[in-house]
Design a protein around this ligand. Structure first.
Ligand SMILES: *[C@@H]1O[C@H](CO)[C@@H](O)[C@H](O)[C@H]1NC(C)=O
Ligand SMILES: *[C@@H]1O[C@H](CO)[C@@H](O)[C@H](O)[C@H]1NC(C)=O
Length: 164
């Protein structure tokens, strides 16, 4: 946790960052996520969330909501409702009170789709004496999160620790 305080002349009022290390939130589509505003202050601040483009975000019922305490909630969703503007986008939050206004750094909020998946290998034909190349086929929706750790032939491990 990193505290960085901006004090006004009135020492009883301040604005500060609560968690400057919060730059990325990766969550499962089946659980959704709650992201507290990384900025805060005394006296109580008004917290607002924006897209990195500067657009203030709006509530989308059942999909995205900003709670009065400044926590941004993204609700669980089925893969068919994936919307990159909501589920894979860069946001920031501002905190404002009479002593001023601060803007958090950008926070990338990204959903990982949880779907059942299988990997497979296609049959390959090669001329006797030539090389046959086998590729592990992984659905693109989960490809970024999967590492091929081994190849097996009749349950005997052939290679370890190589990708694809
Ligand atoms: C700050 O953010 C990091 C990175 O997301 C997280 O692991 C940690 O729990 C956060 N700490 C607090 C106090 O919210
Ligand atoms: C903010 O409010 C929401 C909804 O009541 C709650 O789930 C969340 O834990 C609260 N977050 C903080 C930081 O108080």
């Amino acid at each position: 946790v990193c505290f960085f305080a901006v004090f006004s002349e009135d020492l009883r009022s301040s604005l500060y960052f609560v968690n400057a290390s919060l730059q990325e939130v990766v969550f499962a589509s089946t659980t959704g996520t709650l992201v507290p505003c990384p900025a805060a202050g005394i006296p109580p601040v008004t917290l607002r969330w924006y897209l990195a483009t500067g657009e203030e975000i709006y509530d989308v019922p059942g999909i995205r909501h900003v709670h009065p305490n400044g926590t941004l909630q993204i609700f669980p969703f089925p893969p068919s409702s994936f919307n990159n503007l909501i589920h894979d986008n860069t946001y920031y939050c501002t905190a404002e009170n009479p002593s001023g206004k601060i803007r958090s750094q950008d926070v990338h909020i990204k959903a990982v789709l949880r779907e059942p998946y299988t990997v497979r290998v296609e049959d390959q034909k090669a001329m006797r004496g030539n090389v046959a190349v086998f590729k592990c086929i992984i659905p693109s929706s989960v490809e970024a999160y999967i590492t091929v750790v081994s190849w097996e032939k009749d349950t005997v491990s052939l290679v370890s620790g190589r990708t694809t």
